[in-house]
Design a protein around this ligand. Structure first.
Ligand SMILES: Cc1cc2nc3c(=O)[nH]c(=O)nc-3n(C[C@H](O)[C@H](O)[C@H](O)COP(=O)(O)OP(=O)(O)OC[C@H]3O[C@@H](n4cnc5c(N)ncnc54)[C@H](O)[C@@H]3O)c2cc1C
Length: 391
């Protein structure tokens, strides 16, 4: 069995020396949680198409939700510690990191940033504990990369807004207690907090995914869904607001996928040392060594990117284009590392006894969501040339 005991990770350039004791201690805590609670069950969760909901209370207790926010019961850690948390969670499974990303970066962050005092007090502490689960409804059946084209509407009716429309591909939609729904009021995009028991709000599960199987993914239907006007996020005006949330989540993804890549590399290295063909360990063959070297090289480059990105974020100097570069590079890197690992595991690499294929198929989603590889390429292309090419 390819179950990993005591994950070590990759630190080829001694980057641990640049981390504080606190950052390393936070990483140790998440690593131990993943080793003890996630690794024994994750392959079965993936096979059964099930998110391990039973881990949510402990994830809340350990401060994984909205960890880089301050107050309202959040852990209040620095952005590098937060990145390391996402890395360790995704070493377990991208579905686990997605859960924490959505809860923290896509639901708690907008309430924290754009919400009223009452909204913050009502939702944030319970969300930090994992007692309220949130989801982020931006994507629609006909509008993915181009969310500005959304068709969901919110119409004011005295003290209420009436919402109509559909959202799809929404992580946690089918289990959420509250959804942040982005809808147009006239021509302007606004954010609304919609509680599950609101008449006119319903959800459905997207069944039979072949990626992110250990994650809840669903659709949201809004049919004359009437919510009090106080449920609008007062400070979220225009498409910029959801894009700011996505920027937070993409920061976590940039770190997270390094975890998936390290898991695949470590598994492949161990396998290649143990597995013999033609009378020698396959690790002794040049072509195999080249793949292992490429993996460590690319993981190391991705780690350097993230460390610098974290410093810039900590100093308040990070631009959305910096985040696009890291998201694009690191997703490509992780997918490539997972595919190489899958190859080195031979036929065993297509089974759930090993991690590579699970990470590989998950990373197909991570490559696409939160801005596809193409879209981040064009965001960067526009930044370099001043010419917008995606419209
Ligand atoms: C498992 C999963 C979970 C998700 N969770 C959430 C969530 O919680 N909340 C949420 O709101 N959304 C979520 N999404 C949706 C995700 O963000 C979208 O799938 C993504 O933005 C792409 O949109 P799309 O699928 O409609 O593809 P499209 O936008 O139709 O893109 C299809 C292809 O066309 C390319 N393309 C599109 N426009 C251009 C262009 N101008 N130039 C070049 N190429 C272009 C794309 O790059 C892609 O290759 C999730 C998706 C998945 C798979």
């Amino acid at each position: 069995m390819g179950k990993m005991q005591g994950f070590k990770g990759v630190d080829y350039y001694g980057l641990d020396e640049l981390l504080t004791e606190e950052q390393k201690s936070i990483r140790r805590t998440v690593r131990a949680f993943v080793d003890e609670k996630v690794m024994p069950i994750i392959a079965e969760c993936y096979e059964k198409h099930r998110f391990p909901d039973e881990l949510i209370p402990e994830m809340g207790e350990l401060g994984f939700f909205g960890a880089n926010l301050t107050g309202y019961g959040s852990a209040g850690v620095d952005n590098i510690s937060y990145g390391l948390m996402m890395q360790e969670l995704e070493r377990g499974d991208s579905g686990l990191r997605s859960m924490a990303s959505v809860q923290g970066a896509l639901v708690m962050y907008p309430i924290y940033t754009f919400g009223s005092k009452e909204q913050k007090e009502k939702y944030l502490p319970d969300m930090a504990r994992g007692e309220i689960i949130g989801c982020f409804g931006l994507t629609e059946p006909e509008h993915g990369s181009d969310p500005g084209g959304m068709e969901t509407t919110a119409v004011k009716d005295r003290n209420h807004y009436i919402l109509n429309g559909n959202k799809t591909w929404i992580t946690n939609a089918d289990v959420c207690h509250v959804a942040i729904v982005w809808a147009k009021v006239g021509d302007e995009v606004r954010g609304f907090l919609v509680e599950r028991d609101t008449p006119g709000f319903s959800t459905a599960t997207i069944e039979e995914k072949f990626s992110m199987r250990a994650s809840h993914t669903g659709e949201i239907y809004l049919n004359d869904c009437r919510i009090p006007k106080e449920n609008m996020l007062p400070e979220a005006e225009g498409l910029k607001a959801p894009l700011m949330c996505l920027n937070q989540a993409r920061y976590g993804i940039s770190w997270g996928v390094i975890g998936a890549a390290m898991a695949c590399y470590e598994e492949a290295l161990n396998y290649c040392l143990e597995r013999s063909q033609f009378g020698k360990p396959i690790a002794s063959y040049q072509l195999v060594q080249e793949k292992l070297v490429d993996m460590v090289t690319e993981i190391t480059k991705a780690q350097l990117l993230c460390l610098r990105l974290g410093q810039l974020k900590e100093q308040g100097r990070v631009k959305h284009t910096h985040v696009s570069l890291a998201k694009r590079n690191n997703c490509r890197m992780a997918l490539d590392v997972a595919r190489k690992a899958r190859d080195l595991l031979g036929g065993n690499g297509i089974t759930l006894d090993y991690q590579a294929i699970r990470h590989m198929t998950n990373l197909e989603t991570v490559f696409t969501y939160e801005g596809t590889d193409h879209i981040h390429t064009l965001v960067l292309g526009q930044d370099l040339t001043g010419i917008q090419a995606f419209r």
